[in-house]
Design a binder for this molecule. Structure first.
Ligand code: NDP
Ligand code: 8X3
Length: 256
């Protein structure tokens, strides 16, 4: 087996948006890549696109399925086993209705994906990450981690879990080689809001047209920058918004 020149990167949710752009970023810099997601055809197309740049192993994976995540660990070919950079990116929001109008099934799907899925993958790869001289776990949280807004309820709460889980991992691994980051982006253009709005393109356009939202490549560059920091530096959390976005005032609902 030939030695890898760069650490092995595992990206969940590499079929779209941030994950896809991050795969391209690391691939063009020569990092061996494990790309995962549920949509097999997209993974195969991405693998074909990136193979001229680096070694790519693609694996169809639903992060909610803990047994499938365990199977990925066993399925990795020798040159992909030493995962040193884990990008826990797979995630989604469903709906923007107020909590009492939201679907319980959607709440479960968000918790199963954003919380349980992220925990499944992290738990499976911690032993490998621990073995590396230096390794990184970069978790995709959100501005919804830190700021409340109407319709965020379970989505924001699931991302608050991601941020606190990241801090707690830092506590467990302080002084070890494992670094952990909670990356907290704001308005970003990807399939995220189409998924959230159940495919409603008009609703999507109302928000994104002329908003100059962050692009997946912006987030990929930030993820790459975090991973490339010298081993003694841990970026604990990083919140990023497009320049066009800022906080609104607290609202006051007048009472009679
Ligand atoms: P996209 O919808 O473009 O991409 C989401 C990715 O997650 C897809 O590759 C999808 O792949 C994957 N995914 C979803 N569910 C599962 C699952 N059960 N198992 C495996 N993979 C899954 O959205 P973004 O790229 O924008 O979002 C990426 C992450 O960033 C998410 O965690 C999101 O919450 C977070 N985020 C997004 C922001 C935004 O405004 N866009 C801002 C802040 C954070 P597939 O369907 O093939 O499984
Ligand atoms: C996605 C950003 O503002 O839609 O996490 O919650 S937001």
């Amino acid at each position: 087996m030939t030695e890898n020149k760069h650490p092995v990167v595992l990206i969940t949710g590499a079929t779209s948006g941030f994950g896809l752009a991050t795969a391209k970023k690391f691939a063009t810099q020569g990092y061996p890549l494990i790309i995962t997601g549920r949509r097999a055809e997209r993974l195969e197309a991405l693998k074909a696109e990136l193979t001229p740049f680096t070694k790519v192993f693609s694996y169809t994976l639903d992060v909610r399925d803990d047994k499938a995540v365990e199977a990925l660990v066993d399925a990795l070919p020798a040159e992909f086993k030493e995962v040193a950079i884990l990008v826990n990116n797979a995630g989604l929001a469903l709906g923007t209705e107020p909590a009492d109008k939201a679907s319980l099934a959607d709440w479960h799907t968000m918790i199963d994906t954003n919380v349980t899925g992220l925990v499944n993958v992290t738990h499976c790869f911690l032993p490998t990450l621990r073995k590396q001289v230096s390794s990184s776990v970069i978790n995709l949280a959100s501005i919804a981690t830190n700021w409340a807004y109407p319709g965020s309820h379970v989505y924001g709460a699931s991302k608050a879990f991601v941020a606190q889980f990241s801090r707690n991992l830092r506590s467990d691994f302080a002084g070890s080689g494992i670094r952990v980051t909670s990356l907290e982006p704001g308005l970003s253009e990807s399939e995220f809001s189409l998924v959230r709005f159940n495919g409603d393109q008009d609703k999507y356009n109302q928000i994104y047209n002329n908003a100059k939202a962050l692009q997946p490549e912006d987030i990929a560059n930030i993820i790459f920058w975090i991973a490339e920091q010298p081993a003694h530096i841990n970026i604990n959390s990083l919140e990023v918004m497009p320049t066009s976005q800022a906080w609104d005032n607290f609202k006051i609902i007048k009472q009679q």
